[in-house]
Design a protein around this ligand. Structure first.
Ligand code: TXA
Ligand code: MG
Length: 323
């Protein structure tokens, strides 16, 4: 059976009701598709972990429709975090903040902080607003893939990842391609100074400009014992094919690089983005295409420079780590 429904008004309303009833709804965001559940419903959240086969201590991001819901989930919000929220929400940014009692251990992985995001995708916002109009307070949504696999950027990719694990009443809302293509920037706001735990489309430069200070890009494993952020596992975001960031491909290998780079002889060109922004948009689709084609090896020429290239390189490095 197919779980996919277009984002008509009726489908969005039905999906909001399903969430209230404790069902799972996968939905588009501007970054990647999320697998949503009522963030206050322990049984529904337990199902997310089961469907994703995700370790229980990996916390979930709570999605809300506007900054007005922030105080329900987070307390002692520092001035700099408010500034970031006011500037970049709705948008591809998650803030880690001290939690209120509403954010239970089953959302935060037993940590005293909670991840919050207001997405900008219009279908996501419609769903969140319908959910809130029925009394909902927040939708927990990890990327809608099996644990460690590539995040889905289309509804069909969600179905391929999760159909075998969903139940009859769960749904997948189809909102087309994700415009950003890599997961949100995660910013730790639980210390005196902001730090970036996972780079994304809200870049370090953008954050620094708003805060007027320089930041650390803190994606190493060094602080993992203090704060568990996704993608901090070294092996993550990986397709079945083995990813190589250096070396020379041979005939039949997959190849991903900017359009300006000519394909080596005999490779299977999986993507040829014209800009770094487009590189982020197509990267995960290119990984999926490699698996659809049954390729064993994919050679990637990473983008250079700052901005979104930092996020792309972060995901490439992790996908290339040995399994
Ligand atoms: O773009 C995104 O952020 C997507 C879309 C659906 O919103 N979601 C997403 O969720 O990427 P997920 O669960 O695949 O990755 C988010 C990561 C988690 O792995 C978790 O480790 C980290 O964010 N995170 C969530 N809550 C946290 C918390 N309270 N403290 C530290 N890290 C947290
Ligand atoms: Mg994920």
């Amino acid at each position: 059976m197919s779980f996919i429904l277009a984002c008509t008004d009726d489908a969005i309303k039905a999906a909001a009701t399903s969430l209230i009833r404790g069902k799972l709804v996968a939905f588009p965001t501007e970054t990647v598709y999320g697998l949503g559940a009522d963030a206050t419903n322990k049984d529904a959240i337990t199902r997310i972990y089961r469907v994703k086969s995700r370790p229980i201590d990996h916390p979930l991001i709570v999605h809300i429709s506007s900054i007005d819901f922030l105080n329900k989930w987070a307390r002692d919000i520092p001035e700099f975090a408010l500034k970031l929220a006011q500037t970049f929400w709705p948008g591809p940014m998650t803030l880690i903040l001290p939690r209120t009692d509403l954010a239970k251990d089953f959302i935060t992985g037993n940590q005293d902080n909670v991840g919050i995001r207001v997405p900008s995708n219009t279908d996501a916002l419609r769903l969140l607003k319908e959910f809130e109009s029925r009394g909902g307070l927040g939708v927990a949504a990890p990327s809608a893939n099996r644990f460690g696999a590539v995040s889905p950027t289309t509804a069909i990719a969600v179905e391929i990842e999760l159909a075998n694990f969903l139940s009859k009443e769960d749904q997948i809302l189809d909102g087309g391609f994700c415009s950003v293509g890599v997961e949100s920037t995660i910013i730790n706001c639980t210390q005196e100074k902001a730090s970036i735990l996972r780079p994304g489309a809200i870049t370090m430069e953008m954050v620094e400009e708003i805060l007027g200070t320089s930041l650390n890009l803190n994606t190493s494993n060094s602080n993992v014992s203090r704060i568990k952020a996704a993608g901090m596992l070294e092996y993550h975001y990986a397709p079945n094919a083995k990813i190589f960031l250096e070396g020379t491909p041979t005939i039949g290998d997959g190849f991903i690089a900017l359009d300006s780079v000519t394909s080596p002889m005999g490779v299977v060109r999986l993507a040829a983005p014209k800009t770094n922004k487009e590189y982020a948009q197509v990267l995960y689709q290119a990984f999926r295409l490699a698996d659809t084609k049954g390729l064993e090896r994919v050679f990637v020429i990473p983008p250079t420079g700052a901005g979104i290239a930092v996020a792309i390189n972060d995901r490439l490095r992790k996908s290339a780590s040995t399994k």
